[in-house]
Design a protein. Structure first.
Length: 229
């Protein structure tokens, strides 16, 4: 597909429109997971993950089309981690669930496509997060970090490349969907950020762009990397 000013590449659009929020999110995510980490703090973080993915995946279960073959259900891994910290089915059911209205985008196919761009991209830092938690708290996939071992690390790039190819093919046939897909991505990252960090968003410089999530490095072979901020 030829990229032009009037018909920009969907993946390039997603990168450019979400970069600022990715950097802001990742800086806070890294601060939470890499500094002064304790078992209790991490346990509470996993509870927050549960609240977000419970809300998201309950909605996704109702949509049975399009890009859903790319979806990984994260709740089983999160529940496994919670139980490693002594939670029970009863206590897990009491965990607050995200009610952010921005997740209404999960009621539409294009919104889900934007959601998957953010959530699939977050897989890229899982190996480094898992390593840091192993060193700091002596946790592994059986004792509290199953979420960060949701798929094998070697499978992450091929998955993302497959997702990118699917989005490009879809956008070529449905150019009118591009803006809705981008808005789905923006809504997702803003809802995720607000939920995990309880609205206490601070603009801080990222510690290391390779530590977590959307490092941008995995996009370089596909398109030029530009910031709009």
């Amino acid at each position: 597909m030829t990229t032009t000013t009037s018909d920009p590449d969907i993946m390039r659009m997603l990168v450019r429109r979400t970069d600022y929020y990715h950097d802001r999110f990742d800086a806070q995510y890294e601060t939470v997971l890499f500094f002064d980490q304790t078992r209790e703090n991490y346990h509470q973080f996993v509870r927050k993950l549960y609240g977000f993915y419970k809300a998201s995946e309950d909605r996704l279960a109702k949509l049975k089309e399009g890009c859903l073959p790319h979806l990984i259900n994260r709740l089983p891994a999160i529940v496994k981690d919670l139980k490693a910290f002594g939670e029970t089915d009863e206590t897990i059911q009491q965990i607050p669930v995200c009610q952010d209205e921005r997740l209404d985008i999960l009621d539409t196919l294009h919104g889900v496509m934007g959601y998957l761009y953010i959530i699939e991209g977050s897989l890229f830092g899982n190996d480094l997060v898992a390593q840091a938690l192993r060193e700091a708290l002596q946790l592994d996939r059986e004792t509290g970090t199953a979420f960060f071992h949701i798929i094998e690390f070697t499978e992450i790039l091929p998955r993302f490349e497959s997702l990118s190819a699917m989005y490009r093919a879809y956008a070529a046939e449905h150019p009118e969907a591009k803006e809705e897909i981008v808005q789905g991505a923006l809504n997702t990252i803003l809802a995720y950020e607000s939920w995990l960090f309880e609205g206490k968003v601070t603009n801080i410089k990222r510690i290391d762009p390779a530590l977590h999530g959307h490092t941008h490095e995995h996009h370089h072979h596909e398109h030029d990397h530009e910031h709009e901020h």
